[in-house]
Design a protein around this ligand. Structure first.
Ligand code: SF4
Ligand code: SF4
Length: 82
């Protein structure tokens, strides 16, 4: 789970690479602010691919370690996602 997708607006060049590489589609593009944001933070797998792919090192993934992880995965394995 994602606590925060931190973007440095001074470094971001609006290339949208982070949004393209996120395989869970957590990251959406804010057309008005011209900046990426986490639309579906619960789906984040904390793979940090987006962070690694950012050519400007403008992105930082801040995980939320306080919550139970991978709710969709757990639910598909027959466990509880409460
Ligand atoms: S850490 Fe992985 S799953 Fe989470 S927003 Fe970045 S690319 Fe998507
Ligand atoms: S990959 Fe980096 S520079 Fe490109 S839009 Fe995302 S945060 Fe901005």
């Amino acid at each position: 789970m994602l606590k925060e997708l931190r973007v440095d607006p001074d470094k971001c060049t609006h290339c949208k690479t982070c949004a393209y590489v996120c395989f869970t589609n957590v990251i959406e593009w804010d057309e008005e602010g011209e900046i990426p944001y986490a639309k579906y933070p619960l789906d984040c797998q904390v793979c940090c691919i987006c962070e690694a792919a950012c050519p400007e090192e403008a992105l930082t993934v801040i995980p939320d370690w306080s919550k139970k992880y991978f709710p969709r995965y757990i639910s598909t394995m027959g466990g509880s996602d409460v």
